[in-house]
Design a protein around this ligand. Sequence first.
Ligand SMILES: C[S@@+](CC[C@H](N)C(=O)[O-])C[C@H]1O[C@@H](n2cnc3c(N)ncnc32)[C@H](O)[C@@H]1O
Length: 355
Amino acid sequence: MTLVDRSRYPNLANLTTEVLKVWPEHKRYLENSLGPREEGLLSFSEKLAEMVSRLATTVHGGISTLGDDYRFLCEEIYLPEEFYFRRHGSYRLKSFEEALNTVYNNAPFMSRYMNGLLMSDVLWINHCQGLQHFAEVYLNSLPGNAQLLEIGPGHGLLLHLASQNPKISGLAAYDVSQKKVDMAGKALKALGAAKPVRFELKNILDDSIVEASNGAQFDAIVFSEVLEHLDRPEQAVRALLHLCKPGGRIWINVPANSPAPDHLYLVREPRQAEDLVRSVGFEVVDTAHFPMTGVTLERALKQQLTISCIIVGRRSAGLRQADNSSLDNSSGPSLRGTGRTAARAPRGDAPAPRT
Ligand SMILES: C[S@@+](CC[C@H](N)C(=O)[O-])C[C@H]1O[C@@H](n2cnc3c(N)ncnc32)[C@H](O)[C@@H]1O
């Protein structure tokens, strides 16, 4: 039994079937996630599922390992963090060193974590909608001949999507971890990326990033699911301003209320992250808010549930000094913002996973 039309979406059908083999109880969640997807999002989901299926060929055990690791991610990695978040109203980890010692340096754990996240890009509606916004809205808003930088490329899915867009003429990627650089390079090879990528081992929080020689190089900068991992988020966004050409555009994807064993920066509602982007001197030109599977945006804001927050910022033609606005972490829910919001999902009682 498949949850989607196999004749139209064969890779998506195959992926969900594999997940249900290792986790039959997840059926209702998947119905909640796939049911509301309209044709455009289903076609994009199929494209992502095809990419994930190709990457599965590079993993020992293939797609069934990804299915196992996806279940591990939901039940063993995220659920305990969710309990902590509900009890204390904050993320559990307080410093980057803790994340390094307990998560990043634990190679077998990291491997399962990354595999699980790869599946979530297709199976969690907010992850899929975020990637669709990147591929179909943001990339198409760029000028021709754009030089694009991604910071923290992870599996390289966004780099691959960017490489397929005719507006992008050059691609670079910085990551703080050599393992992640190697992983993204291997993934792009498996995906058959249409253009070469120049990889560099760089920490966005390193002072050398803001040296004059690094300034104003890129028309487009992608910062997806990285900000929440940092203990100095404002410094990172300032570095993006330095790297961005006047008139260039950044695309940030940061989850609000998304407890995880390596998340440090807690965004409580979309406006908080948008204010951070404005505070360093970007103009916010587009936003989109995608709540977790099975939940409306209103409910996510009220109950502090996960929302993928997309922010497109533009560096004005003349560099404006940062105004040092407050980076208040505690403001109440708000629907402010110019951008789109996700369609209502039919049910609101889906269990974990929540991000
Ligand atoms: C969760 S992954 C995000 C992957 C991908 N961007 C996505 O949206 O699926 C976070 C990535 O950010 C990288 N990263 C974390 N801290 C960083 C830093 N200070 N400077 C550069 N990269 C960093 C990690 O090594 C990892 O590749």
